[in-house]
Design a protein around this ligand. Structure first.
Ligand code: NAD
Ligand code: IPM
Ligand code: MN
Length: 353
């Protein structure tokens, strides 16, 4: 397993453009990485719906083994194609990577860069600046479950919600540790323990135990339904949110809109010190795929997270500033009211760098 401290060679990034607009935005993201960090070695992997439809390949064991042995990060576009209704390739590649690489932290910033992009009345960048820690290896995502009498009138379907003490504790600890390291004073845990007695109870007890180790940080709790409401009513209440896998998925799409749109939301699937995977929050957007109008900014901010993971936080900050500049200058794609193409936004952001 490659680690930052042990590395003597140039960092290597595996690029999986994936499906739909994933390919369009990742092409621009790789351009950005090449411009900012020319020493980083990039290798493209042809994995996604096209490949799956061609020869049935999803994530081969030998590719996975090479990632683990040779690479420091994976940069992924998005996976999902209407021609693969089961989405089996996405499950193997995206969820498979999260599980097999044990990427237990899904770190998703909700950061408003341009006040005009926020749909909330009177809210600006100082009000919307939240780091979400989404648990990424458990909950309703493990695929543990099954059906009985499938396809009959008596069908039973079951999906198990799994929470382990180890899994819950490490994501909560990651949230508090990040808060301490970044001068934040508030961590909010969100669950549905009023309805989900067993997993909710584990989250509640573990949160109290870990919070006690961080006396300078105010630990609070909200049920996830109230969190959804409060994020819209008063996002300034939140600095750090820690929650389970499914709730984190939903809350961060809500958060994406608070920061100006899904085309601006970035994410890292992280196991500290190990090979980690970085992807925009958005999907393959079949409705606009192939038109060259997808917003590449989420992919740029994601590249920033990746570079920070490789030990270059100053590049993440520069990318953030360049994206902010482009937003303020209305150098944006049509979904944000602009007229620029994906590649033209790439030009505009690169010019600012
Ligand atoms: P989506 O995020 O692809 O699209 C939702 C809406 O947002 C669409 O109207 C789309 O046009 C718009 N949009 C998304 N990204 C945009 C961008 N960069 N610029 C401009 N507009 C953008 O969500 P969906 O439609 O529910 O999912 C489509 C497919 O992607 C599904 O197969 C889904 O499972 C998959 N998906 C994959 C990932 C991933 O691989 N990380 C994430 C989410 C969804
Ligand atoms: C995300 C996506 C995935 C998730 C899907 C594609 C399985 O929505 O990364 O947010 O739910 O985690
Ligand atoms: Mn999602």
């Amino acid at each position: 397993m490659s680690t930052q401290s042990a590395r003597t060679r140039a960092p290597k990034v595996a690029v999986v453009p994936g499906d739909g607009i994933g390919q369009e935005v990742i092409a621009q993201g790789v351009r950005l990485i090449a411009a900012l960090a020319p020493d980083i070695e990039v290798e493209w992997f042809d994995l996604g719906a096209e490949r799956y439809l061609r020869d049935g390949t999803t994530l081969p064991d030998d590719v996975f083994a090479r990632w683990q042995a040779e690479f420091d990060a994976v940069y992924l576009g998005a996976l999902g194609d209407p021609r693969v209704p089961s989405n089996v390739h996405a499950k193997d590649i995206l969820l498979g990577s999260r599980f097999r690489l044990d990427l237990y932290i899904n770190q998703r910033p909700i950061r408003l860069l341009d006040a005009r992009r926020c749909p909330l009345k009177g809210k600006g960048p100082q009000d919307v600046d939240i780091m979400v820690f989404r648990e990424n290896t458990e909950d309703l995502y493990t695929g543990v479950g099954g059906t009985f009498k499938e396809g009959t009138a008596d069908e039973v379907a079951q999906e198990l919600c799994i929470a382990t003490r180890k899994g819950v504790e490490r994501i909560i600890r990651a949230a508090f540790a990040w808060a301490r390291a970044n001068g934040k004073t508030r961590v909010c845990m969100s669950d549905k323990s009023n309805a989900m007695r067993f997993t909710g109870g584990l989250w509640q007890r573990t949160f109290k135990l870990v919070a006690a180790e961080y006396p300078e940080i105010t630990a609070s709790h909200l049920y996830v339904d109230v969190l959804a409401m409060e994020l819209v009513r008063a996002p300034e209440r939140f600095e750090v949110i820690v929650t389970s896998n499914l709730f984190g998925d939903i809350i961060t799409d809500l958060g994406a809109i608070l920061q100006g749109g899904i085309g601006l939301a970035c994410s890292g699937n992280i196991h500290p010190g190990r090979l980690s995977l970085f992807e925009p929050v958005h999907g393959s957007a079949p409705d606009i795929a192939g038109k060259g109008i997808a917003n590449p900014m989420a992919a740029f901010l994601t590249a920033g997270q990746l570079l920070s993971h490789l030990g270059r936080p100053e590049l993440e900050a520069r990318i953030g500033e360049a994206v902010r500049g482009a937003l303020l200058a209305d150098e944006v794609t049509p979904e944000l009211g602009g007229t620029l193409s994906t590649a033209q936004v790439g030009d505009a952001v690169l010019a600012r760098l």
